[in-house]
Design a protein around this ligand. Sequence first.
Ligand SMILES: Cc1cc2nc3c(=O)[nH]c(=O)nc-3n(C[C@H](O)[C@H](O)[C@H](O)COP(=O)(O)OP(=O)(O)OC[C@H]3O[C@@H](n4cnc5c(N)ncnc54)[C@H](O)[C@@H]3O)c2cc1C
Length: 365
Amino acid sequence: MVVGAGLVGLSIAWWLLRRGHQVTLLDPSIDGPPPADGGSWAALGVLMAQVFHRSSGRAWRLRQRSHQLWGSWIAQLAAEGLEVPRRQGLLLLAADAAERAHQERLVASRQAQGMPLSLWSDAQLEPLRPWIPAAATTGLHSAADGQLDPPALMAALLTSARRLGLHTLPEAALRLERGGGHGRWRLQTSTGRRLETPWLVLSAGVATATLLASAGQPLALEPVLGQALELELAETPPWVQAPGPPGSGWPGVVVWRGLNLVPRPDLPGGRRCWLGATLEPGARADAAALTRLRHWGEGGPAWLERARVVRQWQGHRCKPSQQPAPVLEQPEAGLLVASGHYRNGVLLAPASAAWVAEQIEASPA
Ligand SMILES: Cc1cc2nc3c(=O)[nH]c(=O)nc-3n(C[C@H](O)[C@H](O)[C@H](O)COP(=O)(O)OP(=O)(O)OC[C@H]3O[C@@H](n4cnc5c(N)ncnc54)[C@H](O)[C@@H]3O)c2cc1C
């Protein structure tokens, strides 16, 4: 039984089904409008695996694993007729000398590992002007990182999971109780039901902490709000122009001062992009953070001023307060926590699902 049908819970359910397990997915929003604060519906879907600043440790391994799995997951969904475009390419613009020096070290280290990262000089950035901020003089390009559309991804995973026999319950989990025998865990739900399961997986955002607390298991999780914008440009953006020779087109997602510009030529009118996301501790939106975002941080290009805001949204990232993200733990037999993915839940969903399957399959029957 998986609690929470955001991208992480859905990914876990789909992967378990594909591996031959029976799965029930519980979420009050499963068939209705998305939850107001759900992170997965707010995410921009940017995948930053190769540009991660470390080259070893758990976070690095999870990123690498997810990076590989996303390739096979997208291929599997496509084979079922469920196309989710994976947009390749990510350019991190350097704002100062310290950032440039960091990028040089990262590129040297990744090239030694055989990964397709390269430094872009001022001359290489020239064709992108005036579309990038004037203060950006160098950049780091990762051909293998990129972006996936979270709503399309979730729709595809849910359709495929249902074809594989997913059982869904549009209810909220209220509290956990220890059961006996094979029904090791009992879940009280918002309709008064008591459901038993040998394996309970919690992927319910910040509510994961409340559910764990009901079983005497403390976990500190906090919301970090993110706001994002969909913009329609007044002029035709360079990312919709005809592709030239390899390497001459738009570089993909462009990151400036921690804010992502995601080209969305697939959206109505063909002139749109996403811009996001703010990083605001807590659950209340700050107008000043939105204003900064509207200008792509400091020194944003002039075309942004002429662009029209078509849509504005926000959501919560779930951040562990006292340990690194994400939380992938088995606090008691049969109870798995896969939550607290903070800023990288889209990227890390497949590796989290693989971790859950391994815990279940490694356990004596
Ligand atoms: C603005 C923004 C931009 C982001 N951009 C990116 C990005 O570019 N790349 C990236 O990798 N990550 C990004 N993230 C982070 C990413 O969205 C999250 O890490 C990820 O969505 C977490 O997924 P989740 O399934 O764990 O949680 P959520 O998506 O929050 O889903 C939790 C689910 O649990 C359900 N639920 C809650 N309580 C209960 C209960 N009691 N019983 C049953 N169900 C319950 C909710 O209805 C919800 O469906 C972004 C986040 C935000 C907010």
